[in-house]
Design a binder for this molecule. Structure first.
Ligand code: RB5
Length: 144
C-alpha cells in the first residue's frame, strides 16, 4: 500500500475525481472519497472543508477538484494547517511539494485534460518536501 489519500470535488470536478480515484487506486493508494457521490450541483467549500479536516487530522495528502481548481484552493487555504496548491503542470506539482510542502493538490477539470492531470497527480504524490530553508519560509506564514 502506497499510503492514504483523501479526495473531493464539486459537480465541476466530478468526472476528473472519478478518473483520479481509479488512477490512485492503481498506484496502490487507499483512496477516501469525500464526495460528492454524483455530479449534481453542489458547493465546493463543503467538500474543501471535509478534505481539509481529514488531511489535518490524519496528516495525509488530499486532492480537491472543481471547474478551475481556484475555488477549491481558496476555500481549502482558509483552514489552519492547510497548504493547498492549484497546479496546471507537473513542475508546479513537484515544486508545490518540494518547496511549499503542500498537503492538498487542487485541479481544474475544465482547465486540464486527464492525461495532464495524471502527470500532475503522479508528480505531486511522489515528490518530497526538501525542508531546510523552505521550512523556515513556511514557518513565517504557517507555523507548524
Ligand atoms: C462551478 O460552476 C464552478 O464555479 C466551480 O467548479 C469552481 O470552478 C469554482 O471555483
Amino acid at each position: 500500500m502506497a499510503g492514504k489519500v483523501v479526495i473531493g470535488s464539486d459537480h465541476g470536478g466530478f468526472s476528473l475525481k472519478e478518473f483520479a480515484i481509479k488512477l490512485l487506486t492503481e498506484m496502490g493508494y487507499e483512496v477516501v472519497d469525500a464526495g460528492p457521490e454524483a455530479p449534481v450541483s453542489c458547493d465546493y467549500p463543503v467538500y474543501a472543508e471535509k478534505v481539509a479536516k481529514q488531511v489535518c487530522a490524519e496528516n495525509i495528502p488530499g486532492i480537491l477538484i472543481c471547474g478551475t481548481g481556484l475555488g477549491m484552493s481558496m476555500a481549502a487555504n482558509k483552514h489552519k494547517g492547510i497548504r493547498a496548491a492549484m497546479c496546471t503542470n507537473e513542475y508546479m506539482a513537484t515544486m508545490a511539494r518540494a518547496h511549499n510542502n503542500a498537503n492538498i493538490l487542487c485541479l481544474g477539470e475544465r482547465v486540464i485534460g486527464p492525461g495532464l492531470a495524471e502527470s500532475i497527480i503522479r508528480a505531486f504524490m511522489t515528490s518530497e518536501f526538501e525542508g531546510d530553508r523552505h521550512l523556515r519560509r513556511i514557518n513565517l506564514f504557517d507555523p507548524q
